[in-house]
Every structure is written in structure tokens, then in C-alpha cells.
Ligand binder design. Structure first.
Ligand SMILES: NC(=O)c1ccc[n+]([C@@H]2O[C@H](COP(=O)([O-])OP(=O)(O)OC[C@H]3O[C@@H](n4cnc5c(N)ncnc54)[C@H](OP(=O)(O)O)[C@@H]3O)[C@@H](O)[C@H]2O)c1
Length: 230
């Protein structure tokens, strides 16, 4: 039985990660800005009792992050899933909004790295741990054939760059880091035209996480196991 810490667990991929890890017999620390307002998390509470702990966490707020860290204390964390993310408005050239850009960067790039800083000792105490960053193929330069999406693309590209550094810096502490592309998924962010459901995406990503070798730490991998270009 392992302990998995998940951000942005109120809905979409974060909720599905919580559901699947609980169903597989693991302990889950599910965090969300308003966990009590998430029907999905409330249902999981009823089904899994003490194996699920929920905490309020706005990943961009230092006091909120510190409060969760205090509540978690020195509990061992085997897997940190930095899932919380935001696409942002005004992604089009000519309409780019600086404040929105900063907001997206804070949520998608700065906060996940701060979460690793915050929970580093909990991960070290696992003996061997993994950090999964929910990135996106939209952050790939090699894959960019359609342009646009300046705010979102740049935030995920920056996350990828930082994830690579983390993989190098944390290797001596037996912590693996992976940047994941979940596919184009039917969630609030993915919208109704997306190609796959959350069950398919999350089962695929779990397989990638579980099979990740130390030599693959720092890689950028899709839910179906494909290695992606930077
Ligand atoms: N869906 C796709 O096709 C797709 C493709 C590529 C990558 N991704 C990535 O996958 C991850 C999950 O996406 P999703 O599709 O599940 O999106 P979603 O349905 O829009 O869910 C996003 C989650 O992030 C949370 N969140 C946003 N800002 C937050 C903050 N400041 N603090 C804490 N939580 C915050 C939301 O919580 P609230 O309930 O509080 O708003 C929500 O739980 C994201 O990182 C996204 O960029 C998704």
C-alpha cells in the first residue's frame, strides 16, 4: 500500500487518479481548492473512508501550501501527482493578457515546483518515490504545427524544463520525475470534442508511472507510453 498525493483532485483527471489509486488499495491525499464542494470526492469518502484524506489547497497560495504541509506532517509520500492546471483565457496573438499569463504560469509551472520543494522530505522518506507532472503535448516545440495557445504552451514548456532539472537534482535521493501528456481528454478543460475518457487516460498514465525506470527519469511521456519530443 502506497501513499499518493494529488493536486486539483476536485474533478477531471485529478479525481480519476484519486478513484483509481483508491480502488487499487492505496492511500490517497486528495487536495482541491474546495474539497467539500466536490461531489466526486465526497462519494469517494463514503466508499473508502480513512484511506482518503482531503485537504483544501490552492497551489498558488504559500499559506495554503504550508497549511497542507503541516497537516501532512512527516507522512511518507510515494507518489506526488502535480495535476492542478489551468488553460487560461486570451491565448491568441494580439489579445494576450499579461496578468492572465502570469496566473497560468503560477498554476502550471511555479506551483508544481514549489510543491516538490515542500514535500521533498516526505518523498525522500519513501526510499524510492516518483513525481508526476501533468504536462501537455501543447508544451512540446517539436510537436507544435498549429501555433497559437501562447500562454498555455509556454507554461507547460517551462514546466517541462523545470521537471528535467528536478530529475537530475533529485536522482541522488531516489526520486524519479516524469512529465506526462494525458492525451486529449474529456474533462472541463479538454471539452466535449476530446478523444479519450478519463478512465483510459489515467489507466495509461498509471502504467507509465508504475513502469518508470530510473533511466527514464526526466522524460516526457504520453499516456500510451510514447516518448514525446521537447
Ligand atoms: N484534458 C485534457 O485534454 C488535457 C490535455 C493535456 C494536459 N492536461 C493537463 O491535465 C491536468 C488536469 O486537467 P483536467 O483536464 O482534469 O482539467 P480540469 O477538469 O479543468 O481540472 C483542473 C483541476 O485543476 C484545479 N485547479 C485549477 N487551479 C487551481 C489552483 N490554483 N489550486 C488548486 N487546484 C487548481 C481545478 O480545481 P477547482 O475545482 O478548484 O477549479 C481542477 O480540479 C492539467 O494540468 C492540464 O493542463 C489536460
Amino acid at each position: 500500500m502506497k501513499t499518493v498525493f494529488i493536486t486539483g483532485a476536485s474533478r477531471g483527471l485529478g479525481l480519476e487518479f484519486s478513484k483509481q489509486y483508491l480502488a487499487a488499495g492505496h492511500r490517497v491525499i486528495a487536495t482541491a481548492r474546495n474539497p467539500e464542494q466536490s461531489e466526486g470526492l465526497q462519494r469517494l469518502h463514503q466508499e473508502y473512508g480513512d484511506n482518503l484524506k482531503t485537504y483544501a489547497l490552492d497551489v498558488t497560495s504559500e499559506p495554503s501550501r504550508n497549511k497542507v504541509s503541516e497537516a501532512v506532517g512527516d507522512r511518507v509520500i510515494h507518489l506526488l501527482i502535480n495535476n492542478a492546471g489551468y488553460y487560461g483565457n486570451s491565448n491568441t496573438l494580439g489579445k494576450l493578457d499579461e496578468a492572465e499569463w502570469a496566473r497560468v504560469f503560477h498554476i502550471n509551472c511555479i506551483a508544481p515546483i514549489k510543491m516538490v520543494e515542500l514535500l521533498r522530505s516526505n518523498l525522500v522518506n519513501a526510499g524510492s518515490a516518483t513525481v508526476a507532472m501533468l504536462s501537455s503535448k501543447m508544451g512540446s516545440m517539436g510537436d507544435n504545427t498549429s501555433g497559437g495557445s501562447y500562454i498555455y504552451r509556454s507554461s507547460k514548456a517551462a514546466l517541462n524544463a523545470a521537471s528535467k532539472s528536478l530529475s537530475i537534482d533529485l536522482a541522488p535521493e531516489q526520486i524519479k520525475v516524469v512529465a506526462l501528456h494525458p492525451g486529449w481528454v474529456l474533462t472541463e478543460m479538454g471539452g466535449p470534442n476530446a478523444l479519450i475518457d478519463t478512465t483510459t487516460s489515467v489507466s495509461g498514465m498509471r502504467k507509465v508511472i508504475e513502469g518508470l525506470k530510473p533511466t527514464q527519469s526526466g522524460d516526457f511521456i504520453a499516456y500510451d507510453g510514447t516518448l514525446l519530443p521537447w
